[in-house]
Design a binder for this molecule. Structure first.
Ligand code: HEC
Ligand code: HEC
Length: 201
């Protein structure tokens, strides 16, 4: 019995250690370690795409007609729909709940112009290479040239919100993207300055 109990507690300790949330520095370290194993540190492109593929971005860049929510990217509550202008349908507009700032009492996140990214800018289900190609494709990225893409990626309030995502309706802090904001901004600029190349994978 004693043996069973102690292996049980070992299991519990193991689970606690291994199921860290991705925002936890520990998993960042393990990410870095796996890259180091391959004898390379993350490139600016790696860092940039670790952010763009994160749910803080993808929840608002879904492939369907409903926003996603939370760390598990479930379909938005209240059956909220995209609507013709990406701000919801008449009876349920984004801005009737989402204010220009987070509301940490109700857990409703907020930033100016809160709305869904248009379907042409959907990232859900895309690989990092496909996302990177799409943000550079003027026919679907809102007609932006590279300079304007960089500006959006490094200055737009809906993008920067991801590093101040507030707390959810249950009072739990939302996860931050896995790269600190300043490091991400520097990585985007460096990637662009080096020619905005997209690797094969
Ligand atoms: C009836 C109120 C209401 C409406 C209307 C509404 N939302 Fe929300 N939204 C919420 C609440 C509440 C949450 C927070 C839920 C939680 O995290 O616990 C939320 C969370 C979100 C999130 C999750 C952020 C994240 O990364 O977890 C996104 C994205 C979002 N809403 C987008 C939209 C968009 C886009 C619209 C309009 C098309 C919209 N919402 C309309 C109340 C609303
Ligand atoms: C609250 C919803 C919301 C969140 C959160 C959000 N976006 Fe967006 N995003 C939009 C909307 C709306 C547009 C369209 C704006 C426009 O074209 O002017 C957009 C457009 C973009 C574009 C330009 C179009 C393109 O495909 O090149 C980029 C780049 C972008 N978002 C990056 C991000 C990144 C990076 C994050 C996370 C760090 C993020 N977004 C989080 C709503 C959101």
């Amino acid at each position: 019995m004693k043996i069973v109990l102690s292996s049980l507690s070992a299991l519990i300790v193991f689970s606690l250690v291994s199921f860290n949330s991705p925002s936890n520095p520990q998993s960042l370290n393990s990410e870095a370690t796996s890259l180091e194993k391959e004898n390379q540190s993350p490139t600016p492109f790696d860092k940039m795409m670790m952010v763009l593929t994160h749910k803080r971005c993808v929840n608002c860049h879904p492939a369907g007609n409903q926003p996603l929510q939370g760390e598990d990217s479930h379909i938005h509550n209240f059956d909220v729909q995209r609507g013709a202008d990406n701000h919801g349908v008449a009876a349920l507009r984004c801005e009737s709940c989402h204010q220009p700032e987070n509301n940490d009492l109700s857990g409703v996140p907020g930033a100016p112009e809160w709305s869904l990214a248009p379907l042409s800018m959907a990232w859900e289900g895309l690989t990092r290479v496909q996302i990177a190609k799409s943000i550079l494709d003027k026919s679907i990225n809102g007609g932006r040239n590279l300079e304007q893409v960089v500006e959006h990626l490094t200055e737009h309030e809906l993008v920067l919100w991801a590093w101040e995502p507030g707390i959810d309706a249950a009072g739990k802090s939302r996860e931050l993207p896995p790269v600190p904001k300043d490091e991400y901004i520097a990585a985007v600029k460096e990637w662009a300055a080096q020619g905005a190349n997209i690797p094969e994978h």
